[in-house]
Design a protein. Sequence first.
Length: 86
Amino acid sequence: MSESAAEYIVEYVDGPLAGTVDRRYLIGGEFDETVSAYAAIDGIESQFEYKAVDSREVQGQLHVRYTFDAPDSDPYESDPEDDPAR
């Protein structure tokens, strides 16, 4: 199995990581049904859970879209008073 065949692209379609991508390894030839991701929002590191929606192949690379699972994730709403644009 080639290195690219052992990996897949994670596409976050909504939530705090919307529009970002990541690489993960296939386990037993399968992608994860759920993934945990960590990110700093307003300087506070939070854990976010995502669930697989669908998958497709793009130029020979597996891409899996994940949707945000808010009930199983840390809250991430920013405090408007912390917004420097105010």
